[in-house]
Write a protein that binds this ligand. Structure first.
Ligand SMILES: NC(=O)c1ccc[n+]([C@@H]2O[C@H](COP(=O)([O-])OP(=O)(O)OC[C@H]3O[C@@H](n4cnc5c(N)ncnc54)[C@H](OP(=O)(O)O)[C@@H]3O)[C@@H](O)[C@H]2O)c1
Length: 274
Protein backbone atom coordinates (compact mmCIF):
# COMPACT_ATOMS: atom_id res chain seq x y z
CA UNK A 1 0.00 0.00 0.00
CA UNK A 2 1.34 3.45 -0.89
CA UNK A 3 1.88 5.88 1.98
CA UNK A 4 -0.34 8.94 2.33
CA UNK A 5 1.46 12.25 2.78
CA UNK A 6 0.10 14.21 5.75
CA UNK A 7 1.26 17.84 5.87
CA UNK A 8 1.05 19.67 9.19
CA UNK A 9 1.40 16.27 10.82
CA UNK A 10 2.06 17.60 14.32
CA UNK A 11 -0.84 20.07 14.28
CA UNK A 12 -4.27 19.74 15.86
CA UNK A 13 -5.83 18.16 12.79
CA UNK A 14 -2.78 16.63 11.08
CA UNK A 15 -1.77 14.64 14.17
CA UNK A 16 -5.26 13.17 14.30
CA UNK A 17 -5.17 12.34 10.59
CA UNK A 18 -1.90 10.48 11.16
CA UNK A 19 -3.30 8.60 14.18
CA UNK A 20 -6.51 7.63 12.43
CA UNK A 21 -4.77 6.48 9.22
CA UNK A 22 -2.32 4.38 11.24
CA UNK A 23 -5.23 2.89 13.19
CA UNK A 24 -6.40 1.55 9.82
CA UNK A 25 -2.90 0.19 9.09
CA UNK A 26 -2.44 2.72 6.30
CA UNK A 27 1.19 3.83 5.92
CA UNK A 28 1.74 7.54 6.52
CA UNK A 29 4.44 10.03 5.60
CA UNK A 30 4.07 12.60 8.38
CA UNK A 31 5.50 15.94 7.23
CA UNK A 32 6.29 19.16 9.07
CA UNK A 33 9.27 21.45 9.57
CA UNK A 34 9.95 19.82 12.94
CA UNK A 35 8.68 16.32 12.24
CA UNK A 36 7.95 13.57 14.73
CA UNK A 37 10.69 10.92 15.00
CA UNK A 38 9.00 8.70 12.41
CA UNK A 39 8.12 11.65 10.13
CA UNK A 40 9.79 13.59 7.32
CA UNK A 41 11.08 17.15 7.35
CA UNK A 42 9.74 19.61 4.80
CA UNK A 43 8.70 23.24 4.50
CA UNK A 44 5.50 23.79 2.53
CA UNK A 45 6.80 27.19 1.43
CA UNK A 46 9.85 25.51 -0.20
CA UNK A 47 8.82 22.90 -2.78
CA UNK A 48 12.42 21.63 -3.08
CA UNK A 49 12.18 20.41 0.54
CA UNK A 50 8.87 18.62 -0.16
CA UNK A 51 9.93 16.76 -3.30
CA UNK A 52 11.73 13.87 -1.50
CA UNK A 53 8.62 13.21 0.60
CA UNK A 54 6.53 12.67 -2.54
CA UNK A 55 8.39 9.61 -3.76
CA UNK A 56 5.86 6.77 -4.08
CA UNK A 57 2.96 8.87 -2.77
CA UNK A 58 -0.27 9.34 -4.70
CA UNK A 59 -2.54 10.85 -2.04
CA UNK A 60 -1.89 13.90 0.14
CA UNK A 61 -3.54 15.74 3.03
CA UNK A 62 -2.66 19.42 2.73
CA UNK A 63 -3.17 22.33 5.07
CA UNK A 64 -2.48 26.04 4.83
CA UNK A 65 0.69 26.84 6.75
CA UNK A 66 2.40 30.17 6.17
CA UNK A 67 1.23 32.30 3.28
CA UNK A 68 -1.21 31.05 0.67
CA UNK A 69 0.93 32.47 -2.14
CA UNK A 70 3.96 30.54 -0.90
CA UNK A 71 1.96 27.33 -0.99
CA UNK A 72 0.96 27.66 -4.67
CA UNK A 73 4.25 26.31 -6.12
CA UNK A 74 4.05 23.38 -3.70
CA UNK A 75 0.53 22.64 -4.94
CA UNK A 76 1.88 22.59 -8.52
CA UNK A 77 4.53 20.12 -7.42
CA UNK A 78 1.87 17.94 -5.77
CA UNK A 79 -0.01 18.00 -9.08
CA UNK A 80 2.99 16.41 -10.80
CA UNK A 81 3.16 13.53 -8.31
CA UNK A 82 -0.14 12.77 -6.62
CA UNK A 83 -3.60 11.82 -7.87
CA UNK A 84 -5.65 13.01 -4.90
CA UNK A 85 -5.43 15.99 -2.52
CA UNK A 86 -7.61 16.57 0.53
CA UNK A 87 -7.19 20.19 1.62
CA UNK A 88 -7.98 21.58 5.07
CA UNK A 89 -9.60 24.79 3.86
CA UNK A 90 -11.95 27.02 5.83
CA UNK A 91 -15.64 27.68 6.28
CA UNK A 92 -14.72 31.31 5.67
CA UNK A 93 -14.66 30.59 1.92
CA UNK A 94 -17.94 31.75 0.39
CA UNK A 95 -18.67 30.31 -3.05
CA UNK A 96 -21.40 32.86 -3.66
CA UNK A 97 -18.84 35.67 -3.85
CA UNK A 98 -16.80 36.37 -7.00
CA UNK A 99 -14.07 37.74 -4.69
CA UNK A 100 -13.75 36.65 -1.07
CA UNK A 101 -14.66 39.51 1.27
CA UNK A 102 -12.30 38.66 4.14
CA UNK A 103 -8.60 37.72 4.26
CA UNK A 104 -9.13 34.27 5.78
CA UNK A 105 -11.53 33.22 3.04
CA UNK A 106 -9.28 34.79 0.40
CA UNK A 107 -6.14 32.90 1.53
CA UNK A 108 -7.89 29.55 1.54
CA UNK A 109 -9.52 30.23 -1.82
CA UNK A 110 -6.09 30.96 -3.36
CA UNK A 111 -4.94 27.47 -2.38
CA UNK A 112 -8.24 25.88 -3.45
CA UNK A 113 -7.91 27.49 -6.89
CA UNK A 114 -4.33 26.26 -7.22
CA UNK A 115 -5.50 22.73 -6.36
CA UNK A 116 -8.36 22.94 -8.86
CA UNK A 117 -5.81 23.94 -11.52
CA UNK A 118 -3.33 21.20 -10.59
CA UNK A 119 -5.18 18.38 -12.36
CA UNK A 120 -5.70 16.26 -9.23
CA UNK A 121 -8.82 14.78 -7.70
CA UNK A 122 -9.63 17.04 -4.77
CA UNK A 123 -11.78 17.36 -1.68
CA UNK A 124 -11.98 20.59 0.31
CA UNK A 125 -12.75 20.46 4.03
CA UNK A 126 -14.24 23.76 5.12
CA UNK A 127 -14.51 23.68 8.90
CA UNK A 128 -15.80 26.56 10.94
CA UNK A 129 -14.24 27.33 14.35
CA UNK A 130 -12.04 24.68 15.92
CA UNK A 131 -12.72 23.68 19.53
CA UNK A 132 -8.92 23.77 19.84
CA UNK A 133 -9.06 27.58 19.53
CA UNK A 134 -10.20 27.62 23.17
CA UNK A 135 -6.78 26.29 24.19
CA UNK A 136 -5.84 29.97 24.02
CA UNK A 137 -7.87 30.40 27.22
CA UNK A 138 -5.80 27.81 29.11
CA UNK A 139 -3.41 30.29 30.79
CA UNK A 140 -6.34 32.40 32.08
CA UNK A 141 -8.30 29.38 33.28
CA UNK A 142 -5.25 27.97 35.01
CA UNK A 143 -4.46 31.36 36.58
CA UNK A 144 -7.77 32.44 38.12
CA UNK A 145 -10.54 30.71 36.15
CA UNK A 146 -11.62 33.95 34.46
CA UNK A 147 -11.55 34.38 30.67
CA UNK A 148 -11.76 38.04 29.75
CA UNK A 149 -12.92 39.00 26.27
CA UNK A 150 -15.55 40.63 24.08
CA UNK A 151 -18.72 39.14 22.61
CA UNK A 152 -19.25 36.42 25.22
CA UNK A 153 -22.69 35.85 23.67
CA UNK A 154 -21.14 34.93 20.29
CA UNK A 155 -22.43 31.44 19.58
CA UNK A 156 -20.83 28.78 17.38
CA UNK A 157 -20.75 24.98 16.95
CA UNK A 158 -17.05 24.36 17.60
CA UNK A 159 -15.62 21.25 15.96
CA UNK A 160 -13.40 18.59 17.54
CA UNK A 161 -10.16 18.08 15.58
CA UNK A 162 -10.88 14.33 15.74
CA UNK A 163 -14.02 14.91 13.67
CA UNK A 164 -12.26 17.00 11.04
CA UNK A 165 -9.63 14.28 10.77
CA UNK A 166 -12.28 11.55 10.54
CA UNK A 167 -13.83 13.31 7.54
CA UNK A 168 -10.36 13.80 6.05
CA UNK A 169 -9.52 10.12 6.42
CA UNK A 170 -12.70 9.10 4.59
CA UNK A 171 -11.89 11.53 1.78
CA UNK A 172 -8.27 10.32 1.63
CA UNK A 173 -9.10 6.63 1.53
CA UNK A 174 -12.67 6.27 0.26
CA UNK A 175 -14.59 6.99 -2.92
CA UNK A 176 -17.30 9.50 -3.77
CA UNK A 177 -15.57 12.55 -2.32
CA UNK A 178 -14.16 14.06 -5.53
CA UNK A 179 -14.93 17.76 -5.85
CA UNK A 180 -16.79 17.77 -2.52
CA UNK A 181 -16.64 20.94 -0.45
CA UNK A 182 -17.44 19.72 3.03
CA UNK A 183 -18.54 22.36 5.51
CA UNK A 184 -17.66 20.74 8.83
CA UNK A 185 -19.07 21.87 12.20
CA UNK A 186 -19.72 20.57 15.68
CA UNK A 187 -23.10 19.52 17.00
CA UNK A 188 -24.68 22.69 18.37
CA UNK A 189 -23.91 26.37 18.84
CA UNK A 190 -22.57 27.36 22.25
CA UNK A 191 -21.82 30.87 23.39
CA UNK A 192 -18.30 31.68 24.53
CA UNK A 193 -19.76 32.03 28.03
CA UNK A 194 -21.04 28.44 27.83
CA UNK A 195 -17.78 27.14 26.37
CA UNK A 196 -15.78 28.51 29.31
CA UNK A 197 -18.21 26.98 31.81
CA UNK A 198 -18.03 23.56 30.11
CA UNK A 199 -14.23 23.64 30.08
CA UNK A 200 -14.22 24.52 33.79
CA UNK A 201 -16.52 21.58 34.55
CA UNK A 202 -14.31 19.19 32.57
CA UNK A 203 -11.16 20.51 34.21
CA UNK A 204 -12.67 20.31 37.68
CA UNK A 205 -12.15 24.00 38.42
CA UNK A 206 -14.80 26.73 38.15
CA UNK A 207 -14.28 28.93 35.13
CA UNK A 208 -16.29 31.91 33.95
CA UNK A 209 -16.38 34.51 31.20
CA UNK A 210 -15.89 38.20 32.03
CA UNK A 211 -16.98 40.69 29.39
CA UNK A 212 -14.52 43.52 28.90
CA UNK A 213 -14.75 46.60 26.65
CA UNK A 214 -14.23 45.87 22.97
CA UNK A 215 -11.15 48.09 22.73
CA UNK A 216 -9.47 46.27 25.65
CA UNK A 217 -10.22 42.91 24.05
CA UNK A 218 -8.82 44.16 20.74
CA UNK A 219 -5.62 45.36 22.42
CA UNK A 220 -5.10 41.96 24.06
CA UNK A 221 -5.57 40.16 20.71
CA UNK A 222 -3.19 42.56 18.95
CA UNK A 223 -0.41 41.19 21.14
CA UNK A 224 -0.90 37.81 19.44
CA UNK A 225 -1.88 38.54 15.82
CA UNK A 226 -1.91 41.26 13.14
CA UNK A 227 -4.62 43.92 13.19
CA UNK A 228 -6.47 42.83 10.04
CA UNK A 229 -6.89 39.30 11.47
CA UNK A 230 -8.00 40.69 14.84
CA UNK A 231 -10.55 42.95 13.16
CA UNK A 232 -11.82 40.13 10.92
CA UNK A 233 -12.19 37.89 13.98
CA UNK A 234 -13.96 40.50 16.08
CA UNK A 235 -16.34 41.38 13.25
CA UNK A 236 -17.11 37.67 12.91
CA UNK A 237 -17.73 37.38 16.65
CA UNK A 238 -20.05 40.39 16.58
CA UNK A 239 -22.05 38.70 13.80
CA UNK A 240 -22.25 35.51 15.87
CA UNK A 241 -23.91 37.39 18.73
CA UNK A 242 -26.75 38.15 16.33
CA UNK A 243 -26.91 34.83 14.50
CA UNK A 244 -24.99 31.64 15.40
CA UNK A 245 -23.03 30.05 12.56
CA UNK A 246 -24.59 27.14 10.69
CA UNK A 247 -24.63 23.55 11.96
CA UNK A 248 -24.00 20.88 9.34
CA UNK A 249 -24.39 17.08 9.40
CA UNK A 250 -21.19 16.52 7.41
CA UNK A 251 -19.46 14.41 10.07
CA UNK A 252 -22.46 12.07 10.28
CA UNK A 253 -22.96 12.03 6.52
CA UNK A 254 -19.34 11.24 5.68
CA UNK A 255 -18.25 9.05 8.59
CA UNK A 256 -21.55 7.39 9.55
CA UNK A 257 -21.33 8.56 13.17
CA UNK A 258 -22.44 11.82 14.75
CA UNK A 259 -20.04 14.65 15.45
CA UNK A 260 -18.61 14.89 18.98
CA UNK A 261 -20.09 17.35 21.45
CA UNK A 262 -17.94 20.16 22.85
CA UNK A 263 -18.19 18.38 26.22
CA UNK A 264 -16.21 15.48 24.70
CA UNK A 265 -13.55 17.84 23.41
CA UNK A 266 -13.32 19.52 26.84
CA UNK A 267 -12.95 16.14 28.56
CA UNK A 268 -10.25 15.09 26.06
CA UNK A 269 -8.31 18.29 26.79
CA UNK A 270 -9.10 18.73 30.50
CA UNK A 271 -5.42 18.41 31.44
CA UNK A 272 -4.55 21.43 29.27
CA UNK A 273 -6.67 23.61 31.57
CA UNK A 274 -5.53 22.22 34.93
N1 LIG B 1 -8.59 27.43 13.93
C1 LIG B 1 -9.74 27.48 13.28
O1 LIG B 1 -10.81 27.80 13.84
C2 LIG B 1 -9.77 27.12 11.82
C3 LIG B 1 -11.00 27.17 11.13
C4 LIG B 1 -11.03 26.80 9.79
C5 LIG B 1 -9.86 26.41 9.15
N2 LIG B 1 -8.67 26.37 9.84
C6 LIG B 1 -7.46 25.93 9.12
O2 LIG B 1 -6.74 25.05 9.94
C7 LIG B 1 -5.39 25.47 9.98
C8 LIG B 1 -4.76 25.10 11.30
O3 LIG B 1 -4.81 23.69 11.48
P1 LIG B 1 -4.25 23.07 12.82
O4 LIG B 1 -4.91 23.76 13.98
O5 LIG B 1 -4.31 21.61 12.70
O6 LIG B 1 -2.73 23.57 12.73
P2 LIG B 1 -1.67 23.77 13.90
O7 LIG B 1 -2.08 23.00 15.11
O8 LIG B 1 -1.40 25.21 14.00
O9 LIG B 1 -0.39 23.04 13.30
C9 LIG B 1 0.28 23.49 12.17
C10 LIG B 1 1.05 22.32 11.58
O10 LIG B 1 1.65 22.73 10.36
C11 LIG B 1 3.07 22.59 10.46
N3 LIG B 1 3.65 23.68 9.68
C12 LIG B 1 3.58 25.01 9.94
N4 LIG B 1 4.20 25.70 8.99
C13 LIG B 1 4.71 24.78 8.11
C14 LIG B 1 5.47 24.88 6.94
N5 LIG B 1 5.85 26.06 6.43
N6 LIG B 1 5.80 23.74 6.29
C15 LIG B 1 5.42 22.53 6.77
N7 LIG B 1 4.68 22.37 7.88
C16 LIG B 1 4.33 23.49 8.55
C17 LIG B 1 3.37 22.62 11.95
O11 LIG B 1 4.56 21.96 12.29
P3 LIG B 1 6.00 22.72 12.19
O12 LIG B 1 5.84 24.03 12.88
O13 LIG B 1 6.94 21.75 12.85
O14 LIG B 1 6.29 22.85 10.74
C18 LIG B 1 2.18 21.83 12.47
O15 LIG B 1 2.38 20.44 12.24
C19 LIG B 1 -5.43 26.97 9.75
O16 LIG B 1 -4.21 27.44 9.22
C20 LIG B 1 -6.55 27.09 8.78
O17 LIG B 1 -6.03 26.91 7.49
C21 LIG B 1 -8.61 26.72 11.14
Amino acid sequence: MKPILVAGATGNVGAQVVTQLRARDIPVRALSRNPPPDGVRGDLARPDTIAPALDGVDTAFLMLAGSAEALVPTVSLLGEHVKRVVFLSSGAVDDSLPEQDNPIGAWHRIVEEAIEAAGVEWTFLRPHGFAANTLGWAPAIRADGVVRGAYGEASMPLIHERDIAAVAVEALTGSGHAEAKYVVTGTRPLTQIEQVRIIGEAAGRPARWEEIPLEAAREALLAKMPDFIVDTMLAGMRGLTEEPSEVTTTVQDVTGRPALDFEVWAADHAADFQ
